[in-house]
Ligand binder design. Structure first.
Ligand SMILES: [Zn+2]
Length: 425
């Protein structure tokens, strides 16, 4: 498979926002806007009709034989985190374009229209909220929910959007009708180590994990670290440590379900070497794509709270920060992707996604497929993020197969005259 064109476009795209380390194209900045403009240029050159919705999502359409039919859509995002990688998001957008370019070259027409979507503001790096563009398209975004968002310089999302000439007042109008699309595909890097470790080319995602987050206060009693005997202490840190280890055990027991748990924040107060800690604040993140498995980890965590309360005389207060529902992707689409992998002789495995993607919002409305390719060392959101071209080639081949299948590619290629008339080349 010849990937020269794809490699060149990827390189060109990643010149935008390239600093000394990695790529920085934060949402609704000049860099993201430049990426959008370059993508629009590429799409127009490929003969696509391009429009940009009020939220900044780019929608590029290749007409079908029957324009009344719902479109087969595929895409991802072009924004990045600060000093991000070259593949997260960008791969999925440019791979979709490569698929269309190949259809153009081969003069293949499809019954359904094909759309490439580049979603705006997928990363939460600037405003703390992720997948804004796809939420808006799926009708899951309420303007009021994001109206107060500001970046670290105090710039509101409204101002940032208007600087890119998008109208914040109209973001909800990015919502599309169910009948406009029939299926959505996203090709994305795994951002984890499983595919590389197992030397498998393609991950077929069955579900996207959602976090359940808790804020926990472990309250003990501060006293002198030198004069208080060990058996008379109410050390909040030791209680927190026990909770952490119990949480690890609980998540490990659910390993086959793909559930994971992390305490990413632990603040010890008063934080002096000669004082026994009286307060520990924990922030706990439990993720999984199985609701019952997550609930089981949560049940064991509550049990750990009780044990620590009883055995150590500590007070534990907690509240839920968020409890989101995992997204299950349609089995029918996963089977279709599996079928394509078999047909093309490409190795695959089914898996769940620990990270959120635009696909999870699209899946609330449209049948959706999420296709993973390996990430070297599992690295992502990092300048060293890397996916080998052989893996990308496999990903594009599977995506192409799916698009042709769902869009109803014609057996006989269109004539050169037709192709030229349609402006495809
Ligand atoms: Zn991404």
């Amino acid at each position: 498979m010849n990937l020269t064109r794809f490699e060149q476009t990827l390189q060109e795209m990643n010149r935008i926002g390239a600093l000394d380390k990695g790529v920085t194209r934060l949402a609704y900045t000049r860099e993201e806007q430049q990426a959008r403009e370059y993508f629009v240029f590429l799409c127009k050159r490929a003969g696509l009709q391009v429009r940009i919705d009020p939220c900044g999502n780019v929608i590029a359409r290749r007409e079908g034989r029957n324009p009344q039919l719902p479109a087969v859509a595929c895409g991802s995002h072009l924004d990045t985190v600060i000093q991000g990688g070259r593949f997260d998001g960008t791969l999925g957008v440019l791979a979709a374009l490569e698929v269309v370019e190949r259809l153009n070259e081969k003069g293949i027409e499809t019954e359904h229209p094909i759309e490439i979507i580049s979603f705006a503001c997928e990363e939460s790096a600037r405003f703390g909220v992720s997948t804004i563009g796809s939420k808006a398209m799926a009708g899951l975004l309420k303007k009021e929910q994001i109206a107060d968002l500001k970046d670290k310089h105090g710039i509101s999302i409204e101002t940032a959007m208007s600087e890119c000439s998008f109208d914040f007042e109209r973001v909800e109008q990015a919502k599309r009708k169910k009948e406009e699309l029939c299926v959505f595909f996203e090709l994305h890097i795994e951002q984890g180590p499983i595919l590389e470790q197992e030397q498998v080319h393609i991950g077929i995602v069955s579900g996207i994990a959602a976090p359940t987050r808790l804020h926990v206060h472990v309250q003990g009693k501060a006293s002198h670290s030198g004069t208080t005997p060990m058996d008379l202490r109410q050390d909040a840190l030791l209680g927190a440590a026990e909770i952490a280890l119990q949480l690890e055990l609980a998540a490990k027991a659910e390993q086959d379900q793909g559930t994971v748990a992390t305490i990413g924040v632990c603040e010890v107060k008063p934080g002096a070497m000669n004082v026994i800690p009286d307060l520990v604040e924990l922030k706990i993140d439990i993720r999984g794509s199985s609701v019952s498995s997550k609930a089981e980890v949560l049940r064991k965590l509550m049990h750990a709270f009780e044990t620590v309360r009883y055995e150590r005389g500590l007070e534990i207060e907690w509240h839920l920060l968020s409890d989101e529902q995992p997204v299950l992707l349609k089995q029918e689409i996963a089977s279709s992707i599996e079928h394509s992998c078999k047909k093309l002789g490409i190795s695959y495995r089914h898996m769940s996604s620990g990270a959120g993607h635009d696909a999870m919002n699209m899946a609330r409305v449209w049948p959706t497929g999420l296709i993973f390719v390996p990430s070297a060392d599992g690295l992502s959101h990092h300048p060293d993020e890397f996916t080998a071209m052989a893996d990308i080639a496999a990903g594009i081949a599977v995506l192409e197969e799916e698009v042709m299948k769902w869009a109803g590619a014609s057996e006989s290629a269109a004539s050169l005259q037709e192709i030229t008339a349609k402006g495809w080349i």
